[in-house]
Design a protein around this ligand. Structure first.
Ligand SMILES: [Zn+2]
Length: 97
């Protein structure tokens, strides 16, 4: 459970903002990313063990290279079969216009 980050209450966070989760009471629609729709998506994937080890760094580097992109959501998908394992990280972002 994500607690409200306002520091003013012990309510559960219901809305995700860039700073963290906030409750209904302390929710400010102006900073709410969960209500914002994304207008871009970047997909990273790795199948080799060496690639998987570096995937997190690749994602971090990409985020740093694109400071105007506000991350809205991140989805990590793992799939595997007998031959190999695959990790896919999808970043959903909103580009400031
Ligand atoms: Zn609160």
């Amino acid at each position: 459970m994500n607690q409200c980050i306002s520091g003013l209450c012990k309510n559960a966070g219901r809305y995700q903002t860039p700073a963290g989760w906030v409750c209904e009471e302390h929710h400010d629609p102006a900073t709410d990313t969960s209500l914002m729709s994304f207008n871009g998506v970047k997909v990273f994937c790795a199948t080799k063990a060496a690639d998987r080890d570096q995937l997190g760094e690749k994602v971090t580097a990409w985020i740093k290279e694109h400071p105007s992109y506000a991350l809205v959501d991140k989805v990590v998908t793992q799939s595997s079969d007998e031959a190999y394992h695959c990790i896919t990280i999808s970043l959903f972002y909103r580009e400031a216009r």
